[in-house]
Every structure is written in C-alpha cells, then in structure tokens.
Design a protein around this ligand. Structure first.
Ligand code: ADP
Ligand code: MG
Ligand code: ZN
Length: 642
C-alpha cells in the first residue's frame, strides 16, 4: 500500500506561499522607507554642515576684496570657495559682522552659497576681480533627485533583503521568502537514508527491542487494533551524550522505511520570534499528510523545559511547547505517526510532556556495558582493516565508562596511528594506544621534565601501582608510564578490572581512595614533601569519600541518611546537598576523617614496601613505560629477595 510519492519530498505548496507574501512585503516596505528617510536626513544634515548661506551683498564684498577662488554659477544659486591667500580677519569681518556669534568653521573648507539675484553685471564683476567661474548646467531634474534619494535606496534594500532571505530560507530547507514559519524538518528519503539500520547500533538491545515494537505498529496496525491496543504516540530516548540516541532514531527510520522528519529542538526557536509554534503546527500537518511516518525531535530539552521555572520565563519557548503538547494530543494515532525525541536532561522536561498519551515510552540509552562496548567496537572495527590478532575484548575492558561515540573515536584514532606508522592494518597496540590518547591526550615528547621532576613522577606513579597491587580489593595494573600527555598528565597508571562491576563495596571504595592517595604518599616518603602533581588524585579521592558519606550511607555518623541528590544525571552528574548547613559542615568533617584514615593507610603500605617502591621506580625512570606484567614480575622479585 505504498503510495508512489511517499518517498519523495512533498511539493511545496504555492498557495500557502502567496498567502504569506503580502504582509511580508508590506513589512519590508515600511522598514525600507524608514531606513531611506533616516538616510536622507543624515545626508542632508551632513551636506548642510559644509555649506553656509550668505547674503548677496556679502557675496559682492567678498568678490571685491579679492578673496574668492572659484564661483560656480547655477540656475538658482551661486556657490563659492575662498582663496587660500585671503586674510582671515578681513573675511570674518565681511562674513560675520552682522552675526551675533560667529560660527566655528574652517573657512577654507567651506562652500558658501547665496541665492542668485538678477544681476546683469555679475560676469563682468567676476572677470574684473580675476575670479575663476563656470556655469554648472547639470540640470537638477527633480524627478532624478527624487529617484536617487528615494527609489534607489528602496530598490537596493529590496535586492539585499531578497538575497539574504533566499540564503536563509535555503539553509532552513524551506521555500522562498514566504516560508519563514515553515517547518525545517528535513524529509529523509527512506531508501536513501545513509544506510543506517539497527545493525549499525550495537549494544543497545533493550532500546532496540522497544523501538522494534513501534516500527511494527507502523507496519501492522491491524494486529494491534484487533485486540484493542492503542499505538503509543511517542517515545523519549534518554541517556548521556554520545550513547547513540540520534543514531538509534535514524536507524528506526532506516528500518521502518517510512518518511522521517528530523529536527532539533533549538531549530524551532531559532532566529525569528514567534515562529516556533507555527513550525510545530506545520511539521505535524506535513507529517499527517505523509503518514505513516516518523517525527524525530533531537535535543528536545531546548523547547521542552519545564514551564514553571520562575527564574527565566521564555514566552517564545512556552508557546512552542504548548503547541507541541496540543499537536501531540491532536494527531490521529491510527494514521501511523510516531514521535521520537531525544534528550540527555530528562529531569528538566515539562511534566505535561511526559504524561501518558504523549511520550508514553521512555527508552533508556545508557553507557554501554562490557559486552556492549565490545559489540560497538566490532561495529566500528568492521570499517577499518584490523589485524587478526587484535583482541577487542581487552580494549572493551580497558574502556569502562566510555560511550559509543568515545569508542568510535578510539577506533578511528587507532586507524590514524596505523597510517602514521605506515602499517596497512590496525594492531592491538594501535587500539590500546588510542584508548590512552582519548583518555589522556597524545604523548608530548617535547615536554622536558628536569631530573628531579621526572623522579618525582616516577615514584608517584609507582606509588599508585603498588597500592593497587598490594591491596586485596585493588584492580590489576596494566600499564605505568611517565611520558607526559597533552591533556596535562605527567604520567599515569592504568588499571583494568578483570570484569565489569556494577556494585562496589565499602572496602572496595576505600581501596580506591587509598590507591588515589598513594601517589602523594610515595612523594612524601621519598622526598619528605609533596608536589602539585596530586591535585587530580585529591579531587577524585575527595569526591569518592564524599559520596560514601552523603549518598551511600557509609559513615558511622550519618548511617543510611541521604544527604545529597544528583542533578543532570546524564550530564555532569552534579550533586546538590539536601541537608542543613550545620549538617553540611559535619559532612565535611566525616569526609576529612575518611581521607586522613586512607592517607595514613597508604603511607604505611608504601613504607612497608619501600624496597619495591625504590626498585620499580628506578626501572620505570629508565624505561619510561612498563607493562602490567613486567610490573608484577619486578614486584615478585623484590618480595622474594626480602
Ligand atoms: P547521542 O545522540 O546520544 O549524543 P549519537 O547518536 O550522535 O549520540 O552518537 C554519536 C556517534 O557515536 C555515532 O555516530 C556512532 O558513530 C557512535 N555510536 C554511539 N553509540 C553507538 C552504538 N551503540 N553503536 C555504534 N556506534 C555508536
Ligand atoms: Mg544526539
Ligand atoms: Zn596520581
């Protein structure tokens, strides 16, 4: 039942544009006229500043005193400029004798004019006094003057306006000048749709399952109607940036093979005030015409922000949102329209948008887990030539917390590295190095540390590594390096868990804090003072300790009391205190106690293993990089020796 024109962009309707043109042209004319009036006013005041009217008798006096350079004879008036050699005080006497206050002016830069009287001896007089003169016959045709000062500017403005708008509307994908309010949604041709299908989206199996069902609604509505089930109107894709929400929506369109209208929330409000609402209306009208189809609103939080936000009310956005709400209520579900939207800030969305009957479904698109990461790596690795010994599972293990976008980026970095080394396949080494590049930046070999600094970095990193290796709850070390990186680190220790963890116990959290603080502890033990190199460690350790107290109920003092809540869960995950200020101060005390305790533990741990610290650091200083295995070997050697 595919109609033949289904996959073509709908023709723009001339009738609609005609209807829109007159008010626009009127607006334009009024504005153009105003601009022209202002322009004319400015030029006339500028011109009058440089010309100064004098009396005919003064004109004669000037001529006779021999101070006139040139006279221009015109039909109505005489224009003159003064001789450079004329005496200024005499001139002023002639010009301003009858004026109360002589105007400030540069006499020689000035054009004087006087109304021409019927004086037959004028030419003779000029001749006698050696004044240069000429007749200016350029007839000032009143029609021409009018054209030049009124019609011309309007025309030029019109041309400018026309081209500007043409470009703008072209960019918006709309029609010509009249189409400002038209929706900018692009119609994707289902067949041509860059070939994205669910196969290109890896690891989001639950999300895909939900979306599959929605596609099925579009294709087999009878199956659902027969039992009395209603088609859901919309689904909201929720998750952190880079997890593949936009990708999923495009894949849905590719799978469903129906027209796909994609628009971002901000595009509704951009540029013109008051068009957001009409864009929403147009979008749904267009979609209804082409049903079955899918509407996708990316970054919907731009329009869907809660309306009860007192601080910054934004009428434009509210109107747009109201229009969206009513359109979502209004469309006929049996027609087969599905609205998809994506956001990473679901908590700011208006409640009305989330109620059943609008975005009934919320599809979580979270950061991928271990198998998910492996699958995503596979999808992207399929696009590059991969060495057959490459082990994507190891890469997945090393990239806990990475999003799909991060992983795609890593594979690409690896391929670039392979090219840089003139290899024709991407090796495991390329992949692991690119993981580091994405996490810590590129190696910065030209940053020269002085020997003392380098030593400090080495002891610091080995401190971290030893702490993980020596604690029961620590994670295995995979690499230690003291090569500086572009993103600011002077060296680092990489730990890779043996498996993905979803829960951490109190002792594991403490082990992490101890590990973080042991870089600093190593500096303290060896050099008897600490450096600035531990700032990031301290920040992370403090964050962990704080969460233990405020969120995980892991302090004796507060027990299971919740003291903080998380905002923007999918973005920066900022925490907000939900307790009194006094309690806040007490929390700080608790956090400090945990940190002090862990620091002492780290200090003792490393002091007890000072030999290993010395030996491994010396080796690291020499080699700059050590693998996890080498590290464990060295550790075992020193332990045997004791
Ligand atoms: P979001 O819209 O959630 O911010 P995108 O959909 O724009 O993220 O994803 C950005 C890029 O990351 C995609 O183009 C794709 O290359 C990659 N990507 C993200 N998630 C996945 C995934 N699950 N499978 C494959 N590639 C992914
Ligand atoms: Mg997106
Ligand atoms: Zn450190």
């Amino acid at each position: 039942m595919n109609e033949p024109n289904l996959n073509q962009p709908p023709p723009t309707e001339p009738t609609k544009e005609k209807k829109n043109t007159p008010p626009n042209l009127l607006h334009f004319l009024i504005i153009a006229l105003l601009i022209t009036i202002v322009l004319n006013f400015i030029t006339s005041t500028m011109a009058s500043k440089r010309t100064y009217q004098i009396e005919y008798s003064q004109f004669i006096q000037l001529i006779e005193s021999g101070s006139v350079d040139v006279v221009q004879l015109e039909e109505e008036q005489l224009l003159l400029t003064l001789n450079k050699t004329a005496d200024e005080s005499q001139l002023r006497q002639i010009l301003f004798a009858n004026t109360e206050e002589a105007p400030q002016m540069d006499l020689w830069d000035q054009i004087f004019y006087t109304i021409r009287v019927d004086d037959p001896s004028l030419v003779e007089r000029l001749d006698e006094n050696d004044v240069r003169f000429y007749q200016n016959n350029a007839q000032t045709n009143p029609i021409l003057t009018f054209m030049a000062s009124w019609i011309f500017p309007v025309l030029i403005l019109y041309v400018m306006y026309y081209f500007l708008f043409k470009n703008m509307t072209k960019r918006m994908g709309g029609g010509t000048m009249g189409g400002i309010g038209k929706s900018k949604a692009k119609v994707f041709d289902a067949q041509k749709i860059t070939g994205i299908t669910f196969a290109d989206v890896a690891g989001q199996d639950e999300a895909k399952e939900s979306l599959y069902e929605m596609i099925d609604f579009l294709h087999n509505p009878e199956k659902y109607e027969q039992i009395g089930a209603k088609q859901p109107r919309g689904a909201l894709l929720v998750g952190p940036p880079g997890t593949g929400k936009t990708l999923l929506a495009r894949a849905v369109a590719g799978e469903a093979k129906v027209p796909f209208y994609s628009i971002t929330g901000s595009e509704f409000i951009e540029m013109y005030v008051g068009v957001g609402a009409s864009r929403v209306r147009d979008l749904f009208a267009e979609a209804t015409k082409n049903a079955p189809c899918i509407i996708f609103i990316d970054e919907i939080d731009a329009i869907g922000k809660s309306r009860d936000n007192q601080m910054s009310s934004n009428d434009e956005r509210e109107q747009t949102l109201n229009q969206l709400l009513s359109e979502m209520d209004g469309f006929d579900t049996s027609k087969g329209i599905i609205v998809l939207a994506a956001t990473n800030r679901p908590e700011v969305l208006d409640k009305a948008l989330l109620r059943p009957g609008r975005f009934d479904r919320r599809i979580i698109v979270d950061k991928p887990d271990l198998p998910g990461r492996e699958a995503i790596l596979k999808v992207h690795a399929a696009k590059v030539k991969l060495d057959k010994n490459a082990n994507l599972k190891d890469v997945a293990l090393a990239t806990s917390g990475a999003t799909g976008a991060d992983l795609a980026n890593m594979v690409n970095e690896a391929a670039l590295r392979a090219v840089r080394f003139s290899r024709d396949v991407v090796t495991q080494e390329d992949l692991l190095e690119s993981v580091e590049v994405v996490i810590a930046g590129k190696e910065k070999k030209d940053r020269i540390l002085n020997p003392k600094e380098k030593q400090m970095v080495a002891f610091h990193e080995v401190g971290h590594a030893l702490a993980t290796a020596l604690q029961r709850d620590g994670m295995p070390v995979t690499k230690i390096t003291i090569v500086p990186r572009t993103m600011g680190s002077l060296g680092y220790t990489m730990n890779t868990p043996e498996e993905e963890r979803y829960l951490l116990t109190q002792s594991e959290l403490k082990a992490q804090i101890i590990t973080l603080l042991s870089g600093r502890a190593a500096e303290q033990i060896i050099f008897n003072e600490v450096s600035t190199g531990a700032s990031n460690d301290i920040e992370r350790a403090t964050g962990l300790a704080r969460s233990m107290v405020t969120q995980y109920g892991m302090s004796d003092r507060f027990g299971a009391m919740g003291l903080e809540s998380t905002r923007s869960q999918y973005l920066d995950g900022r925490n907000v205190l939900t307790c009194s200020e006094q309690t806040g101060a007490a929390i700080d005390e608790e956090v400090r106690a945990i940190l002090m305790d862990c620091e002492a533990t780290a200090f003792n741990l490393l002091s007890d293993n000072r030999q290993a610290l010395n030996d491994i650091s010396a080796y690291l200083l020499e080699k700059e990089n050590i693998t996890g295995e080498k590290f464990m070997d060295l550790l075992a050697l020193t332990q045997e020796a004791l």
